[in-house]
Design a protein around this ligand. Sequence first.
Ligand SMILES: Nc1ncnc2c1ncn2[C@@H]1O[C@H](COP(=O)(O)OP(=O)(O)OP(=O)(O)O)[C@@H](O)[C@H]1O
Ligand SMILES: Nc1ncnc2c1ncn2[C@@H]1O[C@H](COP(=O)(O)OP(=O)(O)OP(=O)(O)O)[C@@H](O)[C@H]1O
Length: 526
Amino acid sequence: MRKVQPKQNPLLKVDQFSFAYENINKPLFKELNFCLYENEVTLLLGASGSGKSSLALCLNGLYPDTVEGVTSGQIYYEGKNISDYPKGEVNQQIGIVFQDPESQFCMITVEDELAFTLENRKVPTSRMSELITEVLHLVGMENFRTRKIHELSGGQKQKVALAAVLLLEPKLLILDEPTANLDPYSTLEFIKLIERLQKKRHFSILVIEHQSNDWTELINRVLVIGQDGTIKVDDTSDNFFQKYQQLLSNEGIFQPHDVMDIYRCQDYGTASPSEKGWILTIEHLRYTRKEQAILNNINLKIRYGEFIALIGENGAGKSTLLQLMAGLLLPDEGEVLFKGQSLICWKENELRKQMGYVFQNPEHQFITDTVYDELTFAMKLNNISKTDMKEIASTLMTQFHLEKHQYDNPFSLSGGQKRRLSVATMLDETPDILLFDEPTFGQDAKTTQELMKMIWKLKQNGTTIIFVTHDMDIVDLTDRAMVLHNQEVIYEGVPETLWQQEELLKKTRLRPPSWIRKNVESGVFL
Ligand SMILES: Nc1ncnc2c1ncn2[C@@H]1O[C@H](COP(=O)(O)OP(=O)(O)OP(=O)(O)O)[C@@H](O)[C@H]1O
Ligand SMILES: Nc1ncnc2c1ncn2[C@@H]1O[C@H](COP(=O)(O)OP(=O)(O)OP(=O)(O)O)[C@@H](O)[C@H]1O
């Protein structure tokens, strides 16, 4: 980890600060006391749902003004109580890259979004174009300037969100799981970019990440927020992970390089794909958007019971292909056969019973007002008895640690909880095939492990599973990886062979899993 610096002035001082959402009688966090210092990089760790994102929103003054919540205690920014600043001023100096970048955008196109930020900073119009060009270059999005934001891939949106916050030139930059949707190479580039900018501009950073491996060189200090809403640790980064190993494990927090152990330490057992043949076949598929080919000449066959990883760089077309596999999009040419029959011949309700789909953004999936209704929605349509419905929903809520949130609105859940709910809604009955778009992002160590155990159980019972993921440690557990690049599948085979293909990994912006990276001399792989 980075050398600890001599203490600077506190930029932000949190003094006996407590916060509660108004509809919940228990405070989320209680009497917090800590400081964020000038020119320091602080890592905030905590289990999913412990309150990290809510705390970030309190620190930059958006809460409690924009939410029904109650606070006590004070937060001082540069020595002055943040509630004494004129409205909007603190949000400009403490910039946040939100966990869900979509929640951050106000305008339609990339360029307008960035210009809007500059307008808020009162930058003269004559300088805007140059600043936008510069920041888009920094985040590698120069070719997307005139694009509509809602037409970008998940990772591309995240890069635009960062660009907008960088234009604010904040004194404190809060990054809430900023790399969750980035491909492995972009994640490293992002961290290197932040490191370069921080050295140049000397701003302070608070970074919230579940898997902090790649950040360790940059971190000066670490805060741990416990599941009971108190600060468990506020310490320098020296030997941090060795020193607090037991506490981190009790709190369910990932520790560097334990990712593989988390996935592997359980006895998942083995489950081989069945010999029944192909559950899904794709023939000569072509898909275009606005006359631009996104996918071309895709031919794939997936066996009953196979566990497949669909991988590739941001914007490669993974989500698009997954939606084509599910019949949510229709190809321009070619076809997708499910159990030997073209998707267009399937009755919609029959298809949905046999095929589960988890969207990249869980919010795109929610249609009811409570967690319970969300879990039982499909069961009601399928005329499951009330008693069975209750029992299944209750088991799912326990398995996915949502039991305390039965009556909560799905949109008010934490990022990780939303993701778990979106997965749970697909497991009310066991479909024959499950298509997941990034099912594990935003989870802590404990919930990731539990989720993987559940996936494995489904696989053992014969369910075919397809994962779109940027997590190479998960790819390593699958039967087969398929790599998308330049509109085509350029690799299809077991992960072990993929990891040996250095050139292909570089070209497709992938990295080998952590156990290989740990064993390889530094510098061989990015
Ligand atoms: N509605 C849309 N209209 C036009 N282009 C789109 C639309 N949605 C996505 N695209 C473009 O299609 C390409 C593939 O997008 P897709 O979301 O499938 O990529 P992805 O591989 O899942 O990316 P990521 O890893 O960033 O989530 C991207 O270049 C994206 O900009
Ligand atoms: N607007 C809201 N109204 C009521 N409760 C909320 C609201 N937003 C968040 N919560 C609750 O506050 C708790 C903490 O959520 P928060 O998003 O701060 O957690 P987190 O530590 O960032 O989690 P994750 O790692 O999963 O993103 C959760 O139990 C969540 O359900």
